[in-house]
Design a protein around this ligand. Structure first.
Ligand SMILES: Cc1cc2nc3c(=O)[nH]c(=O)nc-3n(C[C@H](O)[C@H](O)[C@H](O)COP(=O)(O)OP(=O)(O)OC[C@H]3O[C@@H](n4cnc5c(N)ncnc54)[C@H](O)[C@@H]3O)c2cc1C
Length: 414
């Protein structure tokens, strides 16, 4: 029996005894936090079991098999928890980790600004000492789920007299206060995933700094590394939720709210999985040009899948991350665009129809309007090419006019 088989047997035995769908969601998640099975890779003293990261997928499979509710999905478990675990004080861990696992608090990420996306370290939100804490002013943008988050992972500048990477501090911002105004954004594909967040002397207690003041960039790199590593989640809210299954019903309601911003994400990847059935259904699978483009697309998509599998296998063996992340990011942009082109060839003008007017339910038009996001989110194609050129191919570094210059003296558009 391998170590992983042993873990699988342990979690299955625990679920057989402990899973009780009649509990309230919070009661069940508290049981989960006590057991450590909600986040098995976290340390034992902080709601985990200290198991290798590779065990998480397998534990999630056992939860799915038992029909049991997991820890909540989203920014809290994926970004806030790991960042606080790595850089937070014990006081921050005590206050924030357990309620994140139980889902009693929710999170959003407040990094990007109108003038700081690719150049994130050029951010201009300003945090000033104010009594025992800090007052933060500025504007953030692209903030998924900010409209219902209790806390934000916030980057703000605390020192303008040092180079840009050195004057940033990382805060836990309480969102529900008068200095925080959240305005939803609607995208061209009709969904409303993001918000703008306006900060006007928003108050942050001094104890809410993650890491040291001025060291926020190092902490942010941890969050960004976890963000890039995010694979499609193996977690699933179990089906069911009849009157007796209180935990399942409450988890389904929570998931509906938390996952709503991501509903269009399959379409933004271009849906290469749909092209063959669509081509056959539309009678376009005998067209030599369509067949040729389908095969080109599927070749790209399968190669990318195998690269991702090789990267996952290397990670499971504890090898350091290679260039696969940036290669995969660029490949996903190329695949999404190629898939949108093939869907256009198959659907013809009908692909422009939306919603009930379209016999295919509007999927194709949603693909057309969503695919551009892949080349921007998580770092644009141009930025990925620069990373590959400098770090993998060893080409000369991009010139940086602001290197070593106090941020106050850097010319910005803000
Ligand atoms: C779907 C989606 C989800 C997102 N989710 C989040 C999120 O959860 N959290 C968050 O903080 N942000 C998020 N973002 C924001 C995202 O990180 C930024 O949009 C992205 O980094 C680009 O920044 P920008 O929009 O300011 O564009 P800019 O940085 O202004 O870039 C504009 C153009 O200039 C090019 N460019 C910029 N600098 C260079 C350079 N040095 N060399 C060559 N070309 C360059 C870019 O490639 C791009 O084509 C999301 C964006 C999208 C579309």
């Amino acid at each position: 029996m391998t170590d992983l088989d042993e873990v699988r047997a342990q979690v299955a035995a625990w679920l057989a005894e402990a899973w009780d769908p009649e509990l309230s969601l919070t009661q069940w998640r508290n049981r989960l936090a006590d057991s450590g099975w909600g986040c098995p890779a976290w340390p034992r003293e902080w709601c985990g079991r200290g198991l290798p990261a590779a065990s998480a997928g397998m534990v999630a499979e056992e939860f799915a098999r038992a029909g049991a509710v997991t820890a909540p999905e989203g920014v809290g478990m994926n970004l806030a928890g790991p960042t606080i675990l790595e850089h937070g004080s014990d006081e921050l861990k005590r206050r924030f980790l357990r309620p994140t696992v139980t889902g009693e608090i929710s999170w959003c990420q407040l990094f990007s600004e109108p003038g700081a996306g690719s150049d994130l370290a050029g951010l201009q939100a300003r945090a000033e000492r104010d009594g025992d804490g800090f007052a933060v002013s500025g504007q953030k943008v692209w903030n998924t789920s900010a409209h219902h988050a209790d806390f934000g992972l916030l980057l703000a500048r605390t020192d303008w007299d040092v180079p840009k990477h050195r004057g940033i501090t990382y805060f836990v911002l309480p969102m529900r206060q008068p200095g925080v105004e959240v305005r939803p954004l609607r995208q061209m594909n009709g969904h409303a995933s993001f918000n703008e967040v306006f900060l006007d002397r928003a108050q942050v207690p001094a104890g809410n700094v993650i890491g040291e003041p001025g060291q926020g960039w190092t902490v942010a790199l941890t969050t960004l590394a976890h963000e890039r590593r995010l694979a499609p989640s193996a977690r699933r809210t179990p089906e069911g939720g009849g009157a007796a299954d209180r935990a399942v019903r409450e988890a389904a309601e929570e998931s509906e709210r938390a996952m709503a911003p991501y509903r269009w994400y399959p379409q933004r990847a271009g849906r290469p999985d749909l092209v063959i059935e669509r081509a056959i259904a539309a009678g376009r699978d005998t067209d030599p040009l369509v067949r040729q483009e389908i095969v080109k697309l599927i070749t790209l998509a399968w190669s990318a899948r195998w690269t991702a599998q090789r990267a996952a296998a290397a990670r499971a063996l504890g090898r350091p991350p290679g260039p696969e992340g940036s290669v995969a990011k660029l490949a996903s942009s190329n695949i999404a665009r190629a898939a949108a082109r093939v869907h256009a060839m198959i659907a013809g003008p009908a692909g422009m129809l939306a919603g009930a007017d379209d016999p295919t339910g509007g999927t194709v038009s949603e693909i057309f309007l969503s695919v551009p996001a892949v080349s921007i989110a998580g770092g644009t194609d141009q930025i990925q090419r620069t990373i590959l050129a400098e770090r993998i191919l060893g080409l000369a570094k991009e010139p940086a006019a602001d290197a070593g210059v106090a941020f106050r003296k850097v010319v910005t558009n803000g």
